[in-house]
Structures are given as structure tokens and as C-alpha cells.
Design a protein. Structure first.
Length: 260
């Protein structure tokens, strides 16, 4: 039976727009193919809907090339939502665009005001704590402000460090259930997941680490057979979704939705 922590009822996604070719990237892996990305995105949304959840699919934001990666704009918790303050200046306007949709879903909406920065891709929420990875996009001041905000809802935050050269903390890890994390060895070896059960990505498949557990399914990027086999052997119902075009922009499964 799925863990109650993963009984999501809603998700928010945003279709990619033509400006996606101008999206941020750590290295040039080629220009994303918009038509293929739209196909992959449709498969992703259909899989979320297959669980019975409501998916609010927002239209493209051409003024913000990276707006398809909605996870970075907010932290959704059972008690309320916290609007983020992205470390990438070109992405900060995405938060204001997302805010009305979130205010329609939540009664309690808080906001990171700065001067620090924090992005949702650096936040992993488990049953016992909120892990936040310091990175090029999330700094200690942003983490400190988040810590104060979520304390009123009874949450504790633990600051950890993202490996050098890795964009976001969740680039290298995913929550599979209340006690289990999928992670690369380079991240797990830092000790940040001591006390949790850790499943490692297969050798050479670090890019498989960014997955999501959404109700009965684990959605992971296609093309990583070793990791997929390990997850299936561990009892997870795995759905593999094409991610080749989002990967050119450092994006993965968690980046594409806000889940609550």
C-alpha cells in the first residue's frame, strides 16, 4: 500500500514554450527540441493524472524560458505554501506568475523576502525533517529565512551541502517513501542521509537520481535501466518518462511539478 505521505491529490505543471531554447544550462548539451519536450511533458502529466490526482496545467510563459520547471517557485506543505526567491535572477519573476494559482489552492501563503535566495529544487521534504542543500542557487540566508517561516507549522529544517558541480540538491536525490531515498553515491557518501534507507543509482546513471514518488508510481527519466531494475526489485511501480530535452536544461522529474 502507498505510504500516506504520497497520497497527493493535486499537482501544478506548466507547458514549455518556444523560449525554452533560451533556458539556463550548466553546460551546452544542445538546443532542446520543443516538439519532443511537449510530447514528454504530455506523458508526464498523463502519468500524474493516471493516479487520480487533479493536475492544473498552466500555459507557457514565453517571457520566462525556464518556467516549465515550476518546482523552484514554491515549497508546498500540508499546512501551507512558501513562495521561493530563486537564486537565478532571470527566474524571479516566475514566482509572481505562480502565486495566484497557489493562493487559490492554499489559505496560508508565506514568502521568502530576502536578502537570501532559495529554490525548490534544493529542498527535500521527508516525514521527519526538511533537508535543504546549499548550492549556487540557494544560500544560507535563504535557508535561515525558510527555517523561521516553517517553524510555525512545526517543521524543522536541516541544512546540508550539494556536491560541487551539481546544480540542485535534488539533482542527486529523491524521496521514495517515508524512510527511503534514492541517491547518487557522491551525495550519499557525504553522510547527509544517515538514518535513512538509501538506494543508490546504478553505476554511470547519476542522472537517474531525480525522480518523484507520486502516489502509487515512481516517475523516473527513461534511459537508465540499471536504476529502473533496482527500483522495481525493491517493490516500486516505476514509470519511465522521456526527459532528454529537459535534461539539456538541467531539468528532471521533480522540477516539472508542484505536488500537494
Amino acid at each position: 500500500m502507498p505510504n500516506p505521505s504520497f497520497e497527493f491529490t493535486r499537482a501544478i505543471t506548466r507547458k514549455p514554450g518556444g523560449s525554452i531554447v533560451d533556458g539556463l544550462r550548466a553546460e551546452d548539451l544542445g538546443t532542446p527540441d520543443l516538439n519532443l519536450m511537449l510530447q514528454h511533458h504530455a506523458d508526464y502529466v498523463a502519468t500524474l493524472r493516471e493516479t487520480g490526482a487533479q493536475v492544473i496545467e498552466l500555459p507557457p510563459l514565453e517571457a520566462f524560458p525556464d518556467a516549465v520547471f515550476v518546482e523552484d517557485t514554491a515549497l508546498c506543505l500540508p499546512q501551507g505554501v512558501v513562495l521561493m526567491r530563486p537564486g537565478a535572477e532571470s527566474r524571479r519573476g516566475e514566482v509572481a506568475e505562480m502565486a495566484p494559482t497557489l493562493r487559490a489552492q492554499y489559505d496560508d501563503v508565506l514568502e521568502i523576502c530576502g536578502p537570501g535566495f532559495i529554490e525548490g529544487g534544493d529542498i527535500l521534504t521527508t516525514e521527519r525533517e526538511i533537508l535543504v542543500g546549499r548550492s549556487a542557487r540557494t544560500d544560507s540566508a535563504g535557508i535561515a529565512e525558510l527555517t523561521k517561516l516553517v517553524a510555525r507549522w512545526g517543521h524543522t529544517v536541516r541544512e546540508v551541502h550539494t556536491p560541487e558541480g551539481v546544480l540542485h540538491f535534488k539533482t542527486d536525490c529523491s524521496l521514495l517513501d517515508g524512510q527511503t531515498i534514492l541517491a547518487t553515491r557522491r551525495l550519499a557518501d557525504t553522510g547527509c542521509f544517515d538514518g535513512y534507507r538509501v538506494i543508490h543509482t546504478a553505476p554511470g546513471e547519476d542522472a537517474a537520481a531525480n525522480a518523484i514518488r507520486f502516489n502509487q508510481f515512481v516517475l523516473m527519466p527513461a534511459g537508465f535501466p540499471g536504476t529502473a531494475a533496482t527500483l522495481r526489485a525493491s517493490g516500486y511501480d516505476v514509470r519511465e518518462i522521456g526527459n532528454s530535452e529537459c535534461a539539456k536544461l538541467d531539468g528532471g522529474m521533480s522540477c516539472l511539478s508542484l505536488r500537494f
